[in-house]
Design a protein around this ligand. Structure first.
Ligand SMILES: [Fe+2]
Length: 276
């Protein structure tokens, strides 16, 4: 894993470990099968709403920020509960999805650990790997199904620690490079990428930048939609991005690339005072 590219390109490109890829592919296949269930069944695996943030979610926002997708957040801390609900739901598509997800979450651990240890050594982030490991129960694995349309994900930086893009069934993922040019990113059967989010920019004192990215539609995904899978890896930092005063969507793409660390830190508040 070449971690120099975090500074030069904004992300690390990782050759898919041969043992991991089939497990990822199986988890994705089981998500696609799960998506074919009737809505009322899928909602039985919902954590409730955006605030509780786990399980199945359906988003249909309209207007300028139109959004039409279904997604599923899996985290180790919730898997037992979700597995029990899947069993009650009475359809093997739900049970198999939870089974494949369980296997998949555990299979990603070595790669995430390798990145965390590498980033700690390379960028002098003392204690970082341990912090990442200690929050393993709360890493969020997002399965996504965009239903199609013009812009599938508007430009944004992620709020968590770092982000791992593991699967995309069609092109369209782009990142904003440090010269503020949009570029397609290399995610395919052979390679995956990891990039810093807001948390890692904070933690590295600005040595690493939260990478701005978006998903644009292609003629194919405009009508057929798009499936993808992403992991948001959090770690305890004692602070959180202040959602109540700042909406990430309101910032210009790449706003954080040249921001001073003081100004950047001003966007965060102590974790315990976060109001949700
Ligand atoms: Fe994102």
């Amino acid at each position: 894993m070449n971690l120099d590219t975090l500074r030069s390109d904004g992300y690390v490109s990782v050759a898919y470990p041969a043992s991991l890829r089939p497990i990822v592919a199986q988890a994705m296949k089981s998500w696609q099968d799960f998506c074919t269930l009737p809505d009322e069944k899928k909602r039985l695996l919902s954590g409730g709403d955006r605030l509780r943030d786990f399980g199945y979610m359906r988003r249909q926002d309209v207007g300028q920020r139109a959004d039409n997708k279904e997604l599923f957040h899996a985290k180790l801390s919730r898997l037992d509960e979700l597995g029990e609900r899947a069993a009650l739901l009475g359809d093997k598509r739900a049970v198999e999805f939870m089974y494949a997800t369980d296997k998949f979450l555990l299979a990603t651990v070595p790669l995430i650990r390798e990145f965390a240890i590498g980033a700690e050594e390379h960028y002098g982030l003392r204690g970082f790997a341990k912090e990442v490991e200690q929050s393993q129960q709360h890493w969020t694995f997002r399965f996504l199904h965009y239903m199609g349309g013009d812009m599938l994900a508007h430009p944004h930086a992620d709020r968590g620690g770092f982000t791992f893009h593991m699967y995309e069934d069609a092109p369209g993922g782009e990142y904003l490079d440090f010269a503020k040019q949009w570029r397609a990113w290399p995610v395919d059967h052979e390679r995956t990428i990891i990039f810093p989010s807001m948390g890692l920019q904070f933690r590295s004192q600005g040595k690493l930048k939260a990478l701005c990215h978006r998903v644009v539609s292609t003629p194919q995904t405009f009508t057929a939609g798009r499936y993808s899978m992403v992991a948001f890896i959090d770690f305890a930092m004692g602070v959180r991005f202040d959602d109540s005063r700042n909406r990430l969507q309101d910032f210009d793409p790449g706003f954080n690339y040249r921001m001073s660390q003081d100004e950047f830190e001003g966007l965060f508040i102590p974790a315990e005072s976060q109001t949700v």
